[in-house]
Design a protein around this ligand. Structure first.
Ligand code: MN
Length: 310
């Protein structure tokens, strides 16, 4: 019988890489921060379990991307562990997360925040540490997240809160917006404030990678740095049963991985978040596996970026 602790020295695991294993010569550093926030969710769930679930499931992945030739061992990881946020309300999350990310980016080429619910995106973007008019935001999300702020900060209004903080609408691109998952009022609001919206229909009629590259090019024309929010509910529900907001008709895991790679490769992308996964509702670990592969694809993009800049 095969032992469950079977180790092959020729098959180094991504979990060991995340825990600090890398080649002697590295190209740069990736920071990882767990932000196990859940109390800001409109639909209650256990998004706080995701950072731990991702770290654990990386055991099932290698460190080599056969598609791009990127080897993650060329990137040192600084994993800051989880911030103590599981009982925090979103208002209390802002300072530790924005300051934590800002400090982490001092020593890293790029950073990944593992949520938590989508409420953390506001603190994440502020953590870039630049005036908001110099920051760009891409969301991969089925939803606008533009709900009114009068009911308090939730996972349904981080983009509205950022606009309120001074992020110009023209600095925002929202990719993967779905029909009947959003209201007319918020679609009109997105249009009125100048957000670029790419619906699922547009994705299906055009080339997805060209759309993502176009979003990065559009933003990098007029911002200094870019933050990318990966709300995993942008995936088709068949691939993301653990996301309360996922609906049939969304992206495939392949598309999400390619998007993460292209973002990692872009020199202006400094930080991303992975949000809205509730591992307790997962089926066959599908959603957690896809989220972990999104993390790895972003890291492979960062490796490719740093290789180019040599
Ligand atoms: Mn969202």
């Amino acid at each position: 019988m095969q032992s469950t602790t079977f180790e092959d020295p020729n098959w180094p695991r991504a979990s060991a890489w995340l825990a600090g294993e890398h080649w002697k010569e590295t190209l740069g550093t990736l920071a990882v921060i767990g932000a196990p926030v859940r109390l800001g969710s409109i639909t209650p769930g256990r998004c706080d379990l995701t950072p731990g679930a991702i770290r654990a499931i990386l055991r099932k992945f290698s460190c080599f991307d056969v598609e791009t030739g990127a080897n993650l061992h060329q990137l040192a990881v600084h994993d800051y562990g989880d911030l103590e946020l599981s009982y925090a309300m979103l208002g209390e999350v802002f300072e530790p997360l924005s300051k934590g990310l800002h400090a982490a980016l001092d020593d890293a080429d790029a950073a990944i925040i593992i949520g938590g619910d989508n409420g953390i995106t506001r603190a994440g973007l502020h953590g870039l540490g630049l005036p908001l008019d110099k920051c760009g935001l891409i969301t991969f999300d089925a939803h606008f997240d533009l709900r009114d702020l009068t009911l308090g900060l939730t996972n349904g209004n981080p983009i509205r809160a950022l606009l309120n903080d001074g992020l110009p609408g023209d600095n925002i691109v929202q990719i993967g917006i779905q029909g009947f998952a959003n209201s007319r009022a918020y679609a009109e609001f997105a249009h009125d404030v100048g957000i670029s919206v790419v619906t699922m229909g547009e994705i299906r009629r055009r080339d997805f990678e060209t759309l993502v590259a176009g979003a990065l090019a559009h933003l990098s024309d007029h911002v200094e740095t870019i933050y990318v929010d990966f709300d995993i509910d942008v995936l088709d529900r068949i691939f993301a049963p653990a996301c309360p907001g996922s609906r049939p008709g969304g992206l495939t895991p392949w598309e999400l991985k390619r998007a993460a790679f292209l973002c990692g490769q872009h020199p202006k992308v400094r930080a991303i978040d992975l949000v809205e996964v509730d591992p307790e509702n997962d089926v066959a670990e599908t959603t957690v596996l896809t989220t972990a592969s999104c993390l790895l694809s972003f890291a492979a993009g960062v490796v490719t970026r740093l290789r180019k800049s040599l």
